[in-house]
Design a protein around this ligand. Structure first.
Ligand code: UD1
Length: 361
């Protein structure tokens, strides 16, 4: 059995790393890594390969940026050429980015089996490109690996059979456990999380950064928070461009918001793991903060990861200044009860995935 592992954008790399490790532990070598090039800056791509111990990709498609159609189309054309050359049996796609969608369509039309890691998540918000990517990918996937129970329920409701849906847990948390252990070896912890007394912010969703009024309101809230708690803000390239275009950098100067370039996996983990609170619109960070019990204010009104709200530390806050400030004021409240670690977020998800994939190999 020949397998292709698809990776393309920053949140993909930490999801394929544990699968590669699990394949190697099982002495399975007949796989290739295809990098679509959706993300291409060193800080958005290569540094993750280096830090996560991923081998160099076997094929790079160099798709780059563009409109959704341009990016998705370019990945499809190039990926089809690679698939024709290497004739894979299984294509493994992860997450919900354009690369996930593009490669699953190509793979399925070439009659490969498509396996989707992180299947079944639904925000019910079709204005998010990721929601479209998730729905289409799952509709054609042969094997669906769900990270939380809501994913299983959604897939079953959409007509997937029992045999196609596997509740395996969360590969992102595999990487978190693995890298946290490495970090702790370098600087032994006392067993208790130190409180860094700062907030960490990430922001990149078009719905939050593309509209100047919305972005301005969020920055107003962050500036107010920064007057009582230092705010550390590694800035995604899309957001960085918008801050410049909207001339908002001057507003941030002197506000106590510390802007920094995108961080590597380890540098970012070292930062957020000790934060008092995280404010974000990322999908993965909602899960990671839940896994470490750190309060997370999500600057969206929906989440495709409901277990982070029902069991974890996540609160959906939206993107309006007053709502963000109200949620920030309340986030120290003990009333929220004790967060729980969601089922199967035990650092072993990739092993379960490999066992299922390799059963018939
Ligand atoms: C993509 C994913 C999103 C994911 C996010 C993580 C889709 C539809 N969106 O959004 O789900 O949460 O990645 O980062 O797949 N850019 C660079 N260097 C890079 C990559 C991008 O400068 O290496 C800039 C370009 O100006 C580009 C913009 O960022 O136009 C947006 O990149 P793109 O990949 O289109 O979407 P993201 O916002 O990163």
């Amino acid at each position: 059995m020949k397998t292709v592992l698809v990776s393309g954008a920053r949140p993909n790399f930490m999801k394929i790393a544990p699968v590669v490790r699990a394949f190697r532990e099982r002495d399975y070598r007949d796989f290739v890594i295809v990098h679509t090039g959706q993300h291409y800056d060193y800080a958005m791509s290569q540094v993750f390969f280096e830090e996560l111990g991923l081998p160099e990709p076997d094929h790079c498609l160099n798709a780059g940026s563009g409109s959704h159609a341009e990016q998705t189309g370019k990945i499809m054309v190039e990926f089809e050429k690679v698939c024709r050359e290497i004739q894979p049996d299984v294509i493994v796609v992860v997450g919900d980015v354009n690369s996930t969608l593009a490669c699953s369509i190509v793979g399925k039309k070439l009659c490969c089996r498509v396996a989707h890691v992180e299947a079944g998540l639904r925000s019910r918000d079709l204005s998010m490109p990721e929601e479209i990517n998730r729905i289409v990918t799952d509709a054609i996937a042969d094997i669906c690996f769900a990270s939380e129970k809501s994913g299983v329920a959604n897939l079953r409701a959409e007509g997937k059979s029992d045999g196609q849906v596997h509740f395996v847990g969360n590969v992102m948390i595999d990487t978190l456990h693995y890298q946290l252990a490495a970090l702790q070896q370098r600087a032994p912890l006392t067993g208790k999380r130190s409180n860094g007394n700062y907030a960490v912010v990430t922001l990149h969703r078009p719905s939050n950064v593309d509209d100047a009024v919305v972005l301005g309101g969020i920055l107003d809230a962050l500036a107010e928070i920064a007057s009582v708690l230092p705010v550390k803000f590694p800035v995604h390239p899309r957001t960085s461009r918008r801050l410049e275009e909207c001339r908002m950098l001057e507003r941030i100067e002197g506000s106590g918001i510390e802007l920094m370039p995108p961080l590597s996996y380890k540098d970012f983990l070292a930062l957020w793991k000790d934060a008092s609170v995280v404010l974000t619109d990322s999908g993965g960070l909602q899960e990671e903060t839940t896994a470490l019990g750190i309060p997370c204010l999500t600057l969206r009104t929906s989440t495709e990861r409901p277990v982070t709200v029902t069991e974890g530390t996540n609160v959906l806050v939206g993107n309006r200044r007053d709502d963000i400030l109200r949620a920030f004021a309340a986030c120290g409240d003990e009333r929220r009860g004790s967060p729980r670690i969601p089922e199967m977020w035990d650092g072993q998800a990739a092993g379960r995935i490999a066992d299922i994939l390799l059963k018939d190999a």
